[in-house]
Design a protein around this ligand. Structure first.
Ligand SMILES: Nc1nc2c(c(=O)[nH]1)N[C@H]1C(S)=C(S)[C@@H](COP(=O)(O)O)O[C@H]1N2
Ligand SMILES: [Mo]
Length: 386
């Protein structure tokens, strides 16, 4: 039985289309853009319960819709902890405070005038993984000002150690201390060492050439290229330069990894903060045009050049995929692979990426000693039916 369906078939069936998609194992929300004569090969591994809009503030990217380098603004994944604050653009100020020679208070107009640089950056949430069909990932072209330029205007004092980024969003938090719990209001906050803040972080007011959406942090957000999403503080309201470490909940408690490393036969347990993106590749979409199949996907990493992306079918040999020429250092890196001689039936496809330093994307088994679920960059086998 031919299990593929062209876009025209789906449209022609009108109201029946959603039912037809569901019968094929595709949830109703998917209708990817397809080229003329191209049809989508359905994945059979998408959990029935998978819901790309679990609540009004959260949105997953349907990775089967990826058909170009930039995620459209209305599809860009969205995740946050306190909902979406309303920020009045007329009253908005970004302040730079603390250990600086010249504290700043900038209006949105001033930031737009200063911020004319572009940065292409893709990222994922550190909680992304197979259960979310890897939909907590996106790639955008951001416009704004390099943080180093902003900090140079303010003049960072030599004794400064950290730069703290505070969002306009806040909520009540339980702060536990030796058996006692205090309820206090907290702003979303993250910090970077001064060296990391100066090394490529970016203050953006636009995504793909248009003002940020409320979902993506309107009017202004931070981007730390090559880092997990949590570093990219949205609705940015204050940049505070300080001595001493910032130890807020979202920095050192909620976003942590506990993993064991075997050294000389002994296991050592380590807790680390979530920082740079771990090397990951994902097969996102498989299409058929004529007799040929095309497998495409994306890689996320910390900006280290890549050595290879490979695809294996049904546990067969690794075969080299082609990286897209549109890829840049901090973008996600699109890849494609031509699948010759696909036979009708169920198949398993998996990709694996290796970077120039020799790091290889691990298997799920190789991540066994990671006890917490964040930073799951394991290879992601996909089931599909040809
Ligand atoms: N102010 C603020 N910024 C935030 C968050 C938040 O809760 N509040 N969540 C972070 C997390 S965990 C992620 S994964 C990214 C998601 O960014 P996006 O919604 O633009 O995809 O925003 C980050 N920035
Ligand atoms: Mo996240």
């Amino acid at each position: 039985m031919a299990e593929t369906m062209t876009r025209r078939d789906v449209l022609a069936r009108g109201g029946a289309a959603a039912g037809a998609l569901a019968a094929m194992g595709l949830p109703e929300w998917v209708l990817p853009a397809l080229a003329q004569g191209e049809s989508l090969v359905p994945f059979t591994d998408i959990p029935e319960s998978f819901n790309p809009n679990p609540n009004e503030f959260t949105r997953f990217l349907d990775i089967r819709r990826i058909d170009g380098p930039f995620t459209p603004r209305d599809q860009f994944f969205t995740l946050q902890h306190y909902g979406h604050p309303e920020v009045d653009p007329a009253a908005y100020r970004l302040t730079v405070t603390g250990l600086v020679d010249r504290p700043l208070s900038l209006s949105l107009d001033e930031l737009r005038r200063l911020g004319t640089a572009d940065l292409v950056a893709g990222f994922e949430c550190s909680g992304n993984g197979p259960a979310r069909v890897q939909g907590l990932a996106s790639n955008g072209r951001w416009t704004g000002i390099p943080l180093a330029d902003l900090l140079a205007r303010a003049g960072v004092r030599p004794e400064a150690e950290e730069v703290v980024f505070l969002g306009a969003d806040k909520g009540e938090e339980d702060v536990e201390f030796r058996g006692r719990t205090f309820k206090v209001e907290q702003q979303f906050g993250r910090s970077l060492l001064v060296a990391n803040a100066m090394g490529g972080a970016f203050v953006a007011h636009a995504l793909n050439g248009e003002p940020l959406t409320r979902h993506q942090g309107f009017p202004v957000r931070l981007l730390v290229p090559g880092w997990y999403g949590v570093a990219n503080v949205k609705w940015l309201s204050e940049i505070h330069v300080q001595q001493g470490r910032f130890v807020g909940k979202w920095q050192v408690r909620w976003y942590r990894t506990l993993r064991g490393e075997t050294i000389d036969g002994e296991i050592k347990w380590q807790e680390t903060e979530i920082s740079r993106l771990r090397l990951k590749s994902v097969i996102a979409r498989v299409t058929r045009a004529g007799g040929a199949h095309r497998v495409m996907g994306f890689v996320l990493n910390d900006g280290t050049p890549l050595r290879s992306v490979e695809v294996s079918v049904d546990d067969g040999p690794w075969q080299a995929a082609t990286l897209d020429p549109s890829n840049t250092k901090y973008s996600w890196k699109l890849f494609s692979w031509r699948w010759e001689g696909a036979t009708p039936g169920e198949h398993t496809l998996v990709s694996r990426v290796t970077d120039a330093t020799g790091r290889v994307q691990p298997t799920t088994a190789e991540l066994e000693s990671k006890l917490t679920f964040l930073e799951n960059n394991a290879q992601f086998p996909r089931r599909l039916r040809v």
